[in-house]
Ligand binder design. Structure first.
Ligand SMILES: [Zn+2]
Ligand SMILES: [Zn+2]
Length: 157
């Protein structure tokens, strides 16, 4: 069995889980919703509404529908919203292939980079824990964007 077949099976599982979550909140998994979700499940990148719309062009789903459903998924906590210069980028938040990660934006080339390092992620979780303890509060989410120069742009200077 090839890796691709296994990956496909995992994607179907994850789609089933998300489907259950959507139904649990009283919504139907309509065709546009299913197509948009499949897109997020397949993609490793951060996507804008415009990009999703363009990739689904052959399905004749309008941009207003994409926009509405992306907002809905975001409100349900299924996808994450990352703002880059005022433009919203989205990625799967739950059932994602990608583990918890941090974000870096290059101010020169605008590249949005995932920071995947396991040790750094642990440090980040520890920091959250310390903030909770020191400030006596509960953290559910954090919108942190590191800004600077990526490796390529740094070397060019
Ligand atoms: Zn750069
Ligand atoms: Zn990311």
């Amino acid at each position: 069995m090839s890796g691709e077949v296994e990956t496909k099976a995992l994607e179907v599982d994850r789609l089933q889980l998300i489907k259950k979550l959507i139904r649990g909140k009283g919504f139907k998994l309509t065709r546009p919703r299913k197509l948009i979700l499949e897109h997020f499940l397949e993609s490793d990148r951060h996507l804008t509404v415009e990009e999703i719309y363009q990739r689904l062009e052959s399905t004749k789903i309008g941009i207003a529908t994409v926009y509405r459903n992306v907002k809905l998924f975001h409100n349900m906590g299924i996808i994450n919203e990352i703002l880059v210069d005022g433009v919203a980028h989205y990625e799967l938040k739950i059932y994602s292939k990608k583990a918890l990660h941090l974000h870096f934006q290059c101010m020169e080339c605008d590249d949005l980079i995932d920071i995947h390092d396991k040790e750094l992620t642990m440090d980040y979780l520890k920091l959250n824990r310390s903030i909770e303890d020191k400030m006596n509060l509960e953290i559910y989410d954090a919108k942190i964007m590191y800004i600077g120069l990526c490796e390529k742009c740094k070397d060019k200077r």
